[in-house]
Design a protein around this ligand. Structure first.
Ligand SMILES: Cc1cc2nc3c(=O)[nH]c(=O)nc-3n(C[C@H](O)[C@H](O)[C@H](O)COP(=O)(O)OP(=O)(O)OC[C@H]3O[C@@H](n4cnc5c(N)ncnc54)[C@H](O)[C@@H]3O)c2cc1C
Length: 453
């Protein structure tokens, strides 16, 4: 009898498995693919170091830092360069730095004078009713509190950069719970943020989030966990049956044409919602899942291109440039990868990653490499003064990239809660439940490991 079986060896499942193993629990991890870590994957080619999926891990709290040091990864950590704090947003066809000081906020051409005066009134705008807040979209919240310009030239591109999503569809309460809590607790974003800061200062929980990677790329983290977990991980495994028993669960799975069977006290599921729905569940669980909607996962292309540094006019002195929907361009944005972290490109070269598609442009989902490169080069020429041809290319297309916390999220999460309530020992986590950032998935793995079966 295993203490736990974990389905899915993304960063959530790996973290949960590691923490359980650390407590001498007997565990098995079942992964469908030949690799672990989900979209977290790093390649090195021609002196370029490319992240094919996520580019940065924003450490959410002190526990996450201690987790990395416990894995002996402190020496491997690579902090983002200080000028990567600068972010650009495209307006009228050119990248404009997002203001980071009050003086810059006054003088920035990103917003009109009317919009700037409108921000100052934010603390005095009345909050929405509790009932309406339940289903309020990000776009409604931001336009109501900060005005339409702030929505169009700050939040819309930010939402594309983080979720590859649409602010008019994401539900604030699920997609940005901290923002919702500001209005709930402080009656305004500004007052809520000040209140939270004071509380954190008083109880010592204040933590300055840090954006990091590893010297050899983000794949270092899943690779480290995978090697610690060793043969507890069964890759290329396909779950064939899940049976509920008096004392827990019995699963069978197929691997290399062979059938395996194990029982466990705790069954942890950390796979995408569409994959959850396709597992061979007992009928009563399947019926509940069938009655809930699936989450939307828009397609995203991540096209990494290396150039001679001298072929780009822009100083590339920032994290990258995000493109608002209003600008009606063909890319979601571009990351200045070799400016964010050192060692991403050979000397006198630079590495950029262009993001294309997302919920904004479903028509781009099936574009091929030639078409995507054409789009990227055309946009880079116009936006950052590219004049040369790429010296390096690497395309990763994600047909289902990031789950959208839109109106389907509430019924989906209700179904999962109902299943957990009526099936002791069965728990769900990962980026379809606990948040879409890598940091949120690490904390999801921690949460799952701490539940007592
Ligand atoms: C292109 C892209 C860029 C991103 N950029 C960032 C970023 O810069 N920063 C950031 O914080 N986050 C980023 N994210 C989001 C972040 O990478 C993910 O949300 C996070 O890694 C999800 O981890 P998870 O373990 O919850 O899920 P997943 O990584 O999806 O793990 C699920 C695992 O389950 C496996 N699986 C699926 N079905 C089955 C099955 N039936 N049986 C067994 N195994 C199964 C999958 O193969 C996978 O290994 C990005 C995501 C993408 C796609």
């Amino acid at each position: 009898m295993q203490d736990a079986i974990i389905i899915g060896a993304g960063i959530t499942g790996l973290t949960a498995a590691y923490l359980l193993k650390k407590r001498s629990q007997k565990i098995v991890v079942l992964e469908k693919l030949a690799k672990t870590g989900g979209p977290i994957s790093t390649i090195r080619e021609k002196g370029f170091l490319v992240e094919t999926g996520p580019n940065s891990l924003l450490l959410p709290d002190r526990w996450c830092e201690s987790f990395l040091s416990e894995l002996d990864l402190t020496e491997e950590l690579l902090e983002s360069n200080s000028y990567a704090k600068k972010r650009y947003i495209v307006k009228n066809g050119r990248p404009i730095a997002v203001p980071s000081t009050p003086v810059q906020a006054i003088s920035t051409p990103l917003f009109s004078l009317k919009a700037k005066l409108g921000f100052l009134a934010e603390p005095f705008r009345r909050p929405i009713s509790k009932e309406a807040a339940e289903s309020e979209t990000v776009a409604s919240f931001v336009s109501r509190r900060m005005g339409y310009e702030f929505l169009d030239y700050a939040i819309d591109p930010f939402v594309s950069g983080v979720y590859a999503g649409n602010a008019h569809e994401l539900i604030l309460k699920h997609a940005f719970p901290l923002m919702r809590s500001f209005e709930d607790e402080g009656k305004s974003i500004i007052r809520g943020a000040i209140k939270r800061k004071k509380r954190q200062k008083a109880d010592g929980s204040a933590y300055k989030k840090r954006s990091i990677t590893f010297k050899q790329g983000l794949a270092t983290l899943p690779q480290t966990l995978t090697s610690i977990l060793g043969d507890a991980i069964h890759k290329e495994s396909s779950v064939k049956s899940i049976q509920k028993e008096n004392q827990g669960w019995t699963l069978t799975w197929e691997k290399n044409g062979q059938l395996f069977k194990q029982s466990c006290r705790k069954l942890i599921v950390s796979i995408p919602s569409h994959a959850v729905k396709r597992l061979p569940w007992p009928s009563e669980i399947q019926t509940t899942l069938d009655s809930s909607p699936d989450l939307v996962f828009p397609a995203v292309h991540s096209l990494s291109l290396g150039f001679k540094r001298s072929d780009i006019k822009h100083p590339l002195d920032g994290f990258g440039a995000l493109v608002p929907s209003k600008e009606k361009r063909d890319i979601l944005g571009v990351l200045f990868c070799s400016s964010i972290y050192g060692n991403r490109a050979p000397q006198n070269n630079c590495l950029l990653t262009v993001m294309i598609g997302g919920r904004r442009r479903p028509d781009q989902a099936n574009l091929d490499e030639i078409e995507l490169e054409k789009i990227a080069l055309r946009e880079l020429k116009s936006l950052i003064g590219l004049s040369g041809e790429p010296v390096f290319k690497s395309l990763s297309s994600w047909p289902r990239a990031i789950p959208q916390y839109d109106q389907a999220f509430t019924p989906w999460k209700d179904a999962i809660d109902k299943i957990e309530d009526s099936n002791p020992g069965l728990y769900f986590g990962g980026n379809c439940i606990d948040g879409i950032a890598m940091g949120a998935s690490i904390l999801s793995g921690k949460r799952l490991s701490e539940i007592k079966a």
